[in-house]
Ligand binder design. Structure first.
Ligand code: HEC
Length: 193
């Protein structure tokens, strides 16, 4: 309990101000808020030990991005590899694999060079996705098409085949003469889907 002191400090218009002590709970609250403010300033602004809003945001953002990447790779891991994917990540990866491994024979636009045009409706070994996967995996060794199953993983072969599917019918300039059998409609990225 606060002690009451009847000493009059001042008086205005008959209203007296007494010299009472402030209630203990109030003083404790007041002093501890000063202590809190000092500690807060030291912690966040002087020593920099706590995360400010910006760091907190960056941390949460990085966590969310990592979670999203994990979901994406789960999606890719659980992907059906027997049909082409149109996921941008897969197609882009396929494009990189293509430029690094295949462009030397099929040309960077896939219009054909040593190997056949891969964008037209003519196919030597069939137009279906599985046919492409089969040739890419096993190769046609007698004709100079390598078997890629030892150097590219199944997922990578699926990615490059998905990329080739996406550029079917792209009509690159100066194409190599058609080879194989005409398969109607197979120069479309939605063929047989
Ligand atoms: C050393 C040259 C060479 C490289 C490198 C090469 N290919 Fe080929 N590819 C060929 C030849 C030649 C053929 C034609 C085979 C035949 O006549 O039976 C072919 C055929 C194909 C076919 C079948 C085309 C059809 O008409 O049925 C596909 C699909 C294919 N290649 C994809 C790829 C992919 C994907 C890569 C890269 C991972 C690749 N090739 C790398 C030379 C190559």
């Amino acid at each position: 309990m606060a002690k009451y002191d009847e000493t009059v400090v001042s008086e205005h218009d008959g209203i007296q101000e007494l010299d009472n002590q402030l209630p203990r709970w109030w003083v404790i609250l007041f002093k501890s808020s000063i202590v809190f403010a000092v500690l807060y300033m030291l912690w966040f602004h002087v020593l920099g030990l706590g995360d400010g809003q910006e760091q907190k945001y960056a941390t949460l953002k990085a966590q969310a991005e990592a979670a999203q990447a994990a979901r994406q790779s789960d999606l890719i891991a659980s992907m059906d590899l027997s049909s082409p994917s149109s996921l941008a990540e897969v197609v882009n990866e396929g494009s990189n694999i293509y430029q690094a491994n295949c462009a030397s024979c099929h040309h960077s636009t896939a219009r054909g060079l040593i190997g056949p045009n891969l964008t037209d409706a003519y196919w030597i070994h069939g137009a279906d996705f599985e046919d492409n996967m089969q040739v890419i995996s096993k190769g046609v060794l007698s004709k100079g098409m390598q078997a890629w199953e030892s150097s590219l993983s199944l997922r990578q072969r699926h990615a490059v085949a998905s990329y080739l599917y996406s550029i079917r019918g792209s009509n690159p300039p100066d194409p190599r003469a058609p080879e194989g059998e005409l398969i109607e409609g197979s120069d479309s990225p939605s063929y047989d889907l």
